[in-house]
Design a protein around this ligand. Structure first.
Ligand code: GAR
Length: 188
């Protein structure tokens, strides 16, 4: 059995989808939610799966061993970033080499980097009149959104695309592909 900790700061639809996917799995178990936002929806969404949540500040993440200690206590094998806003510190990346997986709502390397998060990405994609967008699942390294890409899935934009219609298309792809990509990597 391999264990996953999900890191998230927001709505938590991907986190919930991942929990659903692995609910009855004999190979992968979600053992911990790590968040810097105590009141975010992700915390309430994961309560019904009995996944314990660990809340920490940006300061604690960057300047203490609290998060690493918690990951060790829960014997975490892989970290999944599902809408996590803070940069993962080098100490955690070194400990989990090629074991941290992120989902990003664009076709990286386009629309990646600091500040490129959620709807902000879609706003830029539409403003630049892109014909397509999509999702990228990638390993996490020390630079925002620059780790090795594991898989990308695309969608087409229409002429009257809005942030909300593009959000829907991207979310559809994320929910359809993310859990099985995680599964493929962990059980390979
Ligand atoms: C997702 O669209 C994910 O790709 C994006 O945040 C959203 C979280 O949604 N992540 C990034 O933008 C990372 N740079 P959720 O909280 O409903 O899963």
């Amino acid at each position: 059995m391999k264990t996953i900790a999900i890191f998230g700061s927001g709505n938590g639809t991907n986190a919930q989808n991942i929990c659903n996917h692995f609910k009855y799995s004999k190979e992968i178990k979600v053992v911990l939610l790590c968040t810097n936002k105590k009141t975010s929806t992700i915390v309430s969404r994961l309560k019904k799966y009995s996944v314990p949540s660990f809340v920490f500040s940006k300061q604690e993440l960057n300047n203490s061993n609290l998060v690493i200690e918690k990951l060790k206590t829960f014997k975490v094998d892989y970290i999944i970033l599902a809408g996590f806003l803070l940069k993962i510190p080098k100490s955690v990346i070194d400990l989990f080499e090629n074991k941290i997986i992120n989902i990003h709502p664009s076709l990286l390397p386009k629309y990646g980097g600091k500040g490129m998060y959620g709807e902000n990405v879609h706003r830029n994609v539409i403003a630049n009149k892109e014909k397509e967008s999509g999702v990228s699942v990638h390993f996490v390294n020390n630079n925002y959104d620059e780790g090795v890409i594991i898989q990308q899935e695309k969608c087409l934009l229409c002429e009257d695309e809005t942030v909300s219609s593009l959000t829907e298309k991207i979310q559809f792809l994320e929910h359809k592909y993310f859990p099985s990509i995680i599964e493929k990597i962990i059980t390979k």
